[in-house]
Design a protein around this ligand. Structure first.
Ligand SMILES: [Zn+2]
Length: 68
């Protein structure tokens, strides 16, 4: 079975807000007719449910200010 690609192998990093657990399922207290629980799925606001965020671009010498 193929799993998700770790963030270390892509140009992304694990979301610092949710640590990769991007979606939470919260029970509402209500049940469906078949007895299963009604769940509310809430995505992380920072990564929008992906669990990773793009890497920040590297600083170059052109980006640095030179203090005189
Ligand atoms: Zn996140």
């Amino acid at each position: 079975m193929h799993g998700p690609t770790p963030a270390t192998l892509t140009r992304t990093r694990i979301c610092p807000d949710c640590d990769g657990f991007a979606t939470a399922a919260i029970t509402s207290g209500v049940r469906h007719d078949d007895g299963s629980r009604v769940l509310l799925r809430v995505d992380c606001r920072v990564c929008h449910g992906t669990g990773s965020v793009p890497l920040r671009p590297r600083l170059t010498t052109a980006d640095l200010e030179v203090a005189a």
